[in-house]
Design a binder for this molecule. Sequence first.
Ligand code: AMP
Length: 859
Amino acid sequence: MPVTMNDQSGMRGAFNNGMNFAELPNDDLYSSVYAFDDDERKKPRLRESLKSSSLEAYLCSDVIQGKDEEKELLWYHGRITRDVALHFLQENGSTEGLFLVRESTSRNGDYVISLIHNGCPAHFQIQCLGDFYFRIENGPLFQGLDQLVNYYQTSADGLPTQLKAFCAGDLPPSTARRAGRTTPLHRAAMEGDKDILSKILEHDESLRGHIDSRNAMGQTALHEASARGFLSIINLLLDNDANINCKNSSGVSPLYVSCSTKHPESCQLLMKKNADPTQRHPRTGWVPLHEAVTRGYIQCAKHLIMAGAPCHPRNSSNETPMELARRYNQPSLVSLLKNFLPPAPQIPVSGYYHGPLDRSQALERIQAHGLADGVFLVRTSPHKPRVYVLSMAASASVYNFEIQTKSENLYIDDGPYFTALEMLIEHYMKYEDGLPTKLTQPIRKPSSEHDNNAGPNSRPSHRNPPSDGVRAPSCVKPPPLRSPPPTTGRKAMQPQSAVPAAQKYPPPPPRVQSVEDQERPSSPTTTQGPRAFSRILSSIRGNEKKEMDRQRRELQKAIQNVPGGGCTEDLQVIDAKQISKGKELGQGEFGTVLEGTWRDSRGHKHSVALKTLLTDHMHTSQQNEFLREAKVMCSLNHKCIVRLLGVCVGPPMMLVQELVGMGSLLEHLLNHPSEIPEGDLRLWAAQITSGMMYLEEKKFVHRDLAARNILLESNEQAKISDFGLSRATGANNDYYRATTGGRWPVKWYAPESIYYGTFSHSSDVWSFGVTLWEMFTYGDQPYGELTGAEVIKRIEAGKRLEKPKAAKETDYEMMMECWSYKAEDRPTFYQLNLSLSKEELYQGFYHAGFGQAPSKRKK
Ligand code: AMP
């Protein structure tokens, strides 16, 4: 247990400024769920800012500015394994306190901090509690990964060392941050500008951000719109899949915020759109009705209860809204809650009540209904005949909840009070409200038993008006259940949890023997002789073949499922035993690239490069990205393109490629600038255009053409590599539209790729121009230290990269043509290839035809 902290200090750490929520005066508590951002109000309106810039340019520079501004948060590395994390830590020097944060591969939703202490790595699980809180074991609770990391950057507090430098990666997921940046999406929502908001929403998430991301004040766009009563904005956001129950940094929903800011119209709309009124403030346990009532917002309270919110929910101190209304002197609200008659429940008690039944009988009846989520019945316990029990299925288990009573009210655990069983059941059919799942399908008692058991109908109905002003609806049939004798002392409240713990009796798991279990043969007990040995050997060989066939089929299926073009038929599956690994060549996006040897089934040896996917736990999406490269590459066969020889399923999974001996062109340019004659640069350039013409013919766009992705076989042969971002353009298009974020080498990208996410052969031509520039500067960084946003400004102002000293006027003219703003003004790879092969030096040497690129320089 690395973190030692008691709950008290834990809470303090979690809730800012050393303030424990329990110590907050109520007024602070009210204002804590929503506050207007004064800084934002001082800024010019979005519409004003957009007068001097297109929306695309504006969004783009905002994204880039975001990355620049939030450099200190780039410690997140996504779903990488422990081994990969270790590798990054080592690569970054293994200094004391060096760290990174990654997604847990063992528990969904959790994260891990990997750090270095005394030269050794250590890993600490960050638990994600209730989608909202984060903590390391029993350490303090934090409302976001950003807060947690920030805390441990200022003090070790239980960790073996304080967090210091980090391995640079990405920003943490926006939904796991307490607060983020206020983006144009938030601003359009805050300004109520539906026009601009709908245009922003047409853009890809990589440009406009996640719709549920929190702004600098910890509010999502939906919270901002709800706090202002902007109904059309609420509708627009919900139509675009905003999460109606998303939480702000105080842990409350847009519905809650609409009640705390007195916007009954937002409240009404959100309820109509099925917002959940049972979601609680994470510490106080208040639901929106507590908030509305305490503040005296009667319209909000009316909309809540008229749309089905329960009238008598309880907070963490067991108080109902009516008690709060009394305490805060809100007589009209007391009267509303006292006199409100909810609509008559639809399902009669006879639809699910089974009379006395023990747990195993209930289990049998529910199992007979297939254990579908939410299937339920109500019974009395044979041991406590006056206690009713709700038995329900969830996640293939059966749960039993006692339905308790207090002053003639019925309730489950810390849930709302109801005056009749039907109302309680109907509530849990509408809302989960602490149960493992919503109730869905009632199980009727078998008809043969109907008359044998005493059900609630046979009990004398209580006619006394419920105490505390809670009135039973007159139309409830059968009459409300009679209260059992008063219990002695109420059970302590449970902290809010997904399953009311005190009353949960997980039954013995239903054990159904699987086919696998039934068919598995018993282990052999006989001894084996020599004949048996050769039989075993041939059966091993047969099994190996079968295994390879199976792997091939599975791999082909997996690759076929990867979206985008390419082939699978020619894909060779290589047996891991035929591979021997050698030294490291470099680092790829998903793991190390190793030198190796592949001895094929005919015994021929090939020098290969092994691109590894460094984990067997890789996330499917990442594995897909990895396989996508294989899918593209296996349909390519050209002298100027690195060849894929096959895929080894592993683990680790590896792309087996031809070894391109001199490695990366960029490294070569940087390491040997004085040894590279200018002419070689043009030869390589010509070879690149040849490979790109071939790619064009095959209808692929590369999307990452740069010196780092050109490999040199020799001084006379360059090859295009790294097809990780390559995509098929589609039969009728000559462009590809990116729909997700990820790697985004802005400095190599054409304006239309940055603004619209469109990639074409012409945008590859723009990148080729930048690659040429890298070559003629012997590996300089394009645009030096300029940020992406600054680069875009330069391009918009008509400025381009300057002429490299080593480039002739004609070389630079070629680059400038590649950087024509309009895609249609750029040369094609065919034209580029033609003009490069016209160079006197190479005449007769370089042939532009596909598959006929030069392999030898003409002397
Ligand atoms: P990549 O993931 O393609 O960017 O590869 C990372 C690094 O591994 C490159 O920069 C090269 O140094 C090396 N590398 C990748 N593929 C090969 C290959 N086929 N032959 C030789 N080196 C390679």
